[in-house]
Design a protein around this ligand. Structure first.
Ligand code: PLP
Length: 391
């Protein structure tokens, strides 16, 4: 058996939240809860994507246009569309450096197939829980890079620490913190000096609005020699239920005389039969000018929500990070409250549901996550209840 599974810690966070909310609702059936903990999108797919989905379904209905198995690494039309999208940002990538996936989660764990087991992996804490779990399952040694208010929840390289792999998420879940260009340059320098590989999770890049913040690790010189980038259409384009993402493995990426791009081709052609034609047509629609304008309009709604919450926190003089370039706001619990204490306090006194920061690792204790993926109505209501309760 894989003993790594025995080393996994139980994940109580969302289960415990669910239990507490259910108990509250049973006691207060008429209360209107503002759900600010939601990590899923709430707006539907945009029109360009829906049209592409319908057209692709119709193609599957006729012998002349039917598609069976798709290429394992992705359809040329989608790989080319994504490559053009990178070029529009000044990053030259070949289509065969881009691998279409069923979403970022799949590849964040599967990518470990091409690395040795038992390696040393740096993971920023607080972290998206899948990074730690995937590595524990693989028997890797997780080195938690703890962070806090003093470094804006953005740990920086430490030459005293070993690393074979480094997971970086920017904009980050749960903190919403984003690394600036110089900070990413330091990580790339460190990775190259230590022969380490960066797994750059760019799931929230579409939320970046400050020009100084890179959307892609490949905006940093040297990154092609040390980084794999994992992207998702889930939060960018509302594909959480439709499932599509992409992973970039540059051809320059080599270790121990082996090319990681060729290894990943071999992995994909063995372990998957690709993403459905219908889904890939829908994904390609995201990269058309029409699709880009429409997904931006949806993201702007979430950004409007974040602005409403940030305004309330500013008025209350509560410290937070994220919100501006990310869909998450990570705030310090007021009056020295613990994460769960604040959760109960908000639920009972303001009927607001958020996510306790300690659920993302011990250094999240005393912090709390709000998400901007809810409805504008509920977000405005939550902001006014926060002002009433804490003002
Ligand atoms: N990476 C981060 C940081 C996330 O927060 C999420 C989902 O919440 C994912 C990856 C997963 O994305 P996907 O839906 O593409 O699997």
């Amino acid at each position: 058996m894989n003993r790594g599974y025995a080393d996994l810690e139980d994940s109580y966070l969302f289960h415990r939240i669910g239990q507490k909310v259910a108990a509250f609702e049973a006691e207060h059936p008429d209360a209107h809860l503002c759900r600010m903990g939601i990590g899923d999108v709430s707006l539907p797919l945009c029109d360009a994507v829906i049209k592409a989905l319908h057209a692709a379904v119709d193609e599957q209905a006729s012998k002349a246009s039917f598609h069976g198995y798709m290429p394992e690494c992705g359809a040329d039309f989608l790989r080319e569309a994504i490559a053009r999208h990178y070029v529009s940002r000044g990053i030259g990538l070949e289509p065969d450096e881009i691998f279409v996936s069923s979403g970022a989660s799949d590849d964040l764990g599967s990518i470990l197939d091409i690395f040795e087991r038992g390696i040393e992996v740096q993971i920023m804490e607080p972290a998206y829980p899948a990074y730690v779990d995937a590595n524990v399952m693989d028997g890797n040694k997780v080195i938690a890079r703890e962070s806090g208010k003093e470094n804006g929840f953005l740990p920086m390289p430490d030459n005293a620490l070993p690393a074979n792999l480094i997971y970086i998420c920017s904009p980050a879940n749960p903190t919403g913190a984003t690394y600036g260009r110089q900070q990413l340059e330091s990580w790339v320098e460190y990775a190259i000096a230590n022969d380490a590989i960066i797994i750059f999770d760019a799931a929230y890049e579409a939320f970046i609005e400050d020009e100084s913040i890179p959307h892609s690790i490949y905006e940093v010189p040297g990154a092609r020699e040390c980084a794999i980038e994992i992207c998702s259409l889930s939060k960018t384009a509302g594909f959480t239920g439709t499932r599509c993402g992409y992973t970039v493995v540059p051809k320059q990426l080599e270790r121990d005389g082996m090319g990681l791009n060729a290894m990943w081709v071999r992995n994909r052609t063995t372990r998957t039969n690709g993403v459905s034609y219908i889904t890939q047509r829908a994904a390609a629609a995201v990269f058309t000018p029409e699709g880009q304008a429409q997904v931006k309009a949806n993201i702007d709604v979430y950004k409007g929500n974040a602005a409403v919450l940030m305004e309330a926190l500013d008025k209350l003089d509560i410290w937070y990070t994220g919100g501006r370039n990310a869909p998450y706001i990570w705030l310090e619990c007021p009056d020295g409250m613990g994460s769960w204490e604040f959760f109960d306090f908000l639920l009972e006194r303001a009927n607001i549901v958020g996510t306790p920061g300690v659920g993302f690792g011990p250094c999240g204790e005393g912090y709390f996550r709000f998400s901007s993926f809810g409805s504008p109505e509920d977000t405005r209501l939550a902001a006014s209840r926060l002002l009433d309760l804490l003002g």
